[in-house]
Design a protein around this ligand. Structure first.
Ligand code: CMC
Length: 387
């Protein structure tokens, strides 16, 4: 096999050059296109950050208006796609529905499947950004057995998503500005994270010259696992289990995690790249506290999470392994307070991550150095033998 080096999990192997996102995991730094995540979270909007990630620069006000308007015109789903969604079982996991629907976009929009025609790539980009929140809201409505709503394009992307998720056709839906601002900020925090599992999946699938819809559909599945985006739901399940199995005794739970034979992990803790506090988690922790207060929600699970963090950050097991809370540790508590059921948490992550996936796919397709992704292996099986 020649000069093949084994690197299980690609711990030390860079698969590409990228100008999109910078992470310094030791220092806890995250920047999109050079802009610190803290500044973007405070001052920007999800649409503007999407533009920044995909096109490389912040938009002028005119560019932002044009981009917003373009997305607005594509928020509706093809009626036949709705029939497809209606055929899924009611208890289908919304991440499976999301991925299947995105894959199906490739059948409805065959006019934007090219991987080389810039106009078509633009069109698929806009279609995805516009339709994913609508699909996500439909998946939620379906799981509840409730009627779906058409997008109301007078609203912003996030407001529209909230209305389609929580509203009813016969009633006005009052959008809580605290909730829409907080959700917009959470989407910004999730918008890109360089070569994580789902983004690498999107790139790998695309490197074989698969279209954008198919590549993103694969990325959605990669995100769904509990070690990746599924961790935000797993954290809530863990907090529930600390109540039900450990009578709320956080110390006892931590002891179980430290006994590695149990195979139990502290979900929402640890990260391949951050060996310091995840800067996104720092922002989310602060806003979880503020938002829950503003919404008048008094969630004992927030206190439990804070206690869990405090204990873990002092404990040698976690300290010696440089395990800190990651972005998923506190987000679920905010999503729960907003009224989302646990199965929807990772769907929210997917809506947030979409512009990053698109930006990375486009960067790869435009890079003349790109080759098909094709890792090698170290063969450890039988030698030649006769049948
Ligand atoms: N709880 C307990 N022990 C842990 C944890 C944890 N959450 N994470 C890592 N460790 C231990 C691990 O057992 C290992 O111990 P030892 O050196 O004794 O064998 C050591 O810490 C290093 O861990 P690793 O498994 O080599 O680290 P990794 O880089 O392969 O995995 C991770 C990173 C995020 C998959 C892992 O930390 C994990 O499973 N965390 C829980 C799931 C989670 O919160 N995922 C969300 C990640 S951030 C957002 C996202 O990507 O979606």
């Amino acid at each position: 096999t020649g000069n093949v080096t084994l690197d299980v999990g690609f711990v030390n192997t860079a698969s590409c050059k990228s100008a999109i996102t910078y992470i310094d995991g030791g220092a806890g730094i995250l920047r999109y296109r050079g802009y610190p995540i803290e500044q973007l979270a405070e001052k920007s909007t999800f649409i503007e950050v999407s533009y920044l990630l995909i096109y490389g620069e912040l938009p002028t006000p005119e560019e932002l208006d044009a981009f917003t308007e373009r997305i607005r015109r594509h928020t509706m789903l093809h009626e036949d796609l709705k029939d497809l969604l209606a055929a899924f079982p009611r208890d289908a996991h919304p991440m499976s529905v999301l991925s299947a629907a995105v894959s199906a976009l490739g059948t409805f929009y065959q006019d934007s499947l090219s991987i080389t025609d810039r106009d078509q790539i633009e069109l698929s980009t806009v279609r995805l950004l516009a339709k994913l929140p609508t699909i996500a809201a439909y998946a939620h409505k379906k799981s509840q057995g409730q009627p779906t709503l058409y997008p109301d394009n007078k609203l912003s992307l996030v407001e529209n998503f909230l209305r389609m998720t929580f509203g009813f056709p016969s009633e006005d839906y009052d959008i809580d500005p605290v909730v829409s601002k907080a959700l917009d900020q959470l989407f910004i925090l999730h918008a890109d994270h360089e070569q994580n599992c789902s983004t690498s999946t999107v790139r790998l699938v695309g490197s074989g010259h698969a279209n954008l819809f198919g590549s993103i559909s694969a990325g959605i599945h990669a995100l769904s696992g509990p070690l990746h985006g599924g961790a935000n739901a797993a954290v809530l399940e863990m907090l529930d289990s600390i109540d039900s199995e450990f009578g709320g005794d956080v110390d006892k739970f931590v002891e179980k995690v430290k006994n590695k034979e149990t195979g139990v992990k502290l979900m929402g803790f640890g990260h391949r790249v951050y060996k310091n506090y995840d800067p996104r988690a720092a922002i989310v922790k602060k806003s979880a506290d503020e938002i829950l207060k503003k919404m008048g929600v008094n969630d004992p699970q927030l206190e439990m999470a804070m206690r869990l963090e405090e204990i873990a950050l002092k404990d040698d097991y976690f300290v010696s392994r440089k395990l800190y809370p990651n972005v998923d540790f506190y987000t679920g508590l905010i999503y729960k307070a907003m009224g989302f059921p646990t199965e929807m948490f990772t769907v929210l992550f997917a809506i947030g991550r979409l512009p990053g996936w698109i930006a990375q796919w486009r960067e790869m397709m435009e890079d003349p150095a790109t080759k098909i992704g094709r890792p090698r292996q170290i063969y450890v099986g039988e030698g030649a033998r006769d049948y």
